[in-house]
Design a protein around this ligand. Structure first.
Ligand code: SF4
Ligand code: SF4
Length: 77
């Protein structure tokens, strides 16, 4: 069994979109992504989560569900 399988079902074509205005930079979503596709970046002196490799994202939404500030929305396309 692949130990890196995300916990939720794959939804091809769906990607997490981070609302930088809501993101506190807490890093929970970074830890939640089993594929390590998110990282924290500093933009305009504010830390926020950024998807680094959209091609590998399975659309599982683990990151979105984990965000305590509801800063991540899953969008198709
Ligand atoms: S869990 Fe939410 S608030 Fe925390 S870094 Fe990720 S998007 Fe930002
Ligand atoms: S939806 Fe989020 S947790 Fe799932 S693979 Fe994509 S970036 Fe990782």
């Amino acid at each position: 069994m692949d130990v890196h399988q995300p916990r939720r079902p794959h939804r091809p074509g769906w990607l997490p979109v981070v609302d930088a205005a809501r993101c506190t930079g807490c890093g929970w979503c970074v830890a939640a992504c089993d594929l390590h596709l998110l990282s924290l970046e500093v933009r305009q002196w504010q830390k926020s989560s950024t998807l680094q490799d959209a091609d590998r994202c399975t659309g599982c939404s683990d990151c979105a569900v984990t965000c305590p500030f509801h800063a991540i929305t899953m969008r198709k396309g």
